[in-house]
Ligand binder design. Structure first.
Ligand code: NAP
Length: 250
């Protein structure tokens, strides 16, 4: 374990599965203490935490529905109580409810915005208090390339992911003077439960747009997130880093 990270605590929302799980494991590998978070998947979250402990790391699991503002506040308080501090917040939990805008139900708009965007505001707001006291903090918001370029059938998701980029830029300017950096990561097409159910034709068409010629792996996103959380990234602030095999060049 790297000594310089051993006292830092990270919360990765939605780390029971997919990209968040890879991030939790990567942080643990570098010696961070990890708050593993889930909504429904208690068993998988337990397994992530156990894998971290088996490798000699420290981890606890927390459940919260991040679409609820009060649950977000309580989650940050619970993590801070358990570990004594919270240094790094990764707003990763997310859902999709895809359909064309004209067919999109009000509830599908609201739930995607609440889960993917408002959650990041509520969690950051509470987490920032402790970070400002410590004069050090990192917030990393997991956006998406579609938040940069748009996508058919995802008006709710694209709006939320573009919103995360804006939220990151605003917070980056507000708190940089107090040692807190805020950045966004925009993954392209990454193999996970979220993308597993997409139609074969859609996957083929996405593949044609990826210069690297393959879909990404959760670990490839996790490594960028862990870099942004490190002291090595101290002068990176308010940026959106695409991890997409070259699909979107900004
Ligand atoms: P995933 O496999 O579907 O996992 C989603 C995670 O979010 C799970 O841990 C889930 O918890 C949690 N979650 C969902 N709703 C929640 C709620 N209301 N409250 C708390 N937690 C909730 O997704 P993924 O592919 O790993 O995606 C992770 C993030 O990367 C998302 O923000 C996604 O938009 C973004 N992203 C993914 C891709 C991709 O290609 N996969 C591309 C761009 C961006 P439970 O397990 O308990 O349900």
């Amino acid at each position: 374990m790297m000594a310089e990270h051993k006292d830092r605590v990270v919360l990765v929302t939605g780390s029971s599965r997919g990209l968040g799980k890879a991030m939790a494991l990567e942080f643990a590998k570098k010696g961070y203490k990890v708050a593993v978070h889930y909504a429904q998947s208690e068993g998988p979250a337990q397994e992530v935490a156990q894998a971290i402990r088996d490798a000699g790391g420290e981890a606890s699991i927390f459940s919260a529905d991040v679409s609820n503002a009060e649950a977000c506040t309580n989650l940050i308080k619970a993590v801070t109580t358990e570990f004594g501090r919270l240094d790094i917040l990764v707003n990763n939990a997310g859902i999709t409810k895809d359909t064309l805008a004209l067919r999109m139900k009000e509830a599908d708009w609201t739930s995607v915005l609440d889960t993917n965007l408002s959650s990041a505001f509520h969690l950051s707001k509470t987490a920032l208090r402790g970070m400002l006291k410590n004069n050090w903090g990192r917030i990393i918001n997991i956006s998406s390339v579609v938040g940069i370029i748009g996508n058919i059938g995802q008006a709710n998701y694209v709006a939320a992911k573009a919103g995360l980029i804006g939220l990151s830029k605003a917070l980056a300017k507000e708190y940089a003077g107090k040692g807190v950096t805020v950045n966004a990561v925009a993954p392209g097409f990454i193999e996970s439960d979220m993308t597993a159910h997409l139609a074969a034709e859609l996957k083929t068409s996405y593949l044609q747009q990826i210069p690297v010629g393959r879909f990404g792996k959760p670990e490839e996103v996790a490594k960028v997130v862990v870099f942004l959380a490190s002291d090595d990234a101290s002068y990176v602030n308010g940026q959106t880093i695409a991890v997409d095999g070259g699909m979107v060049t900004q």
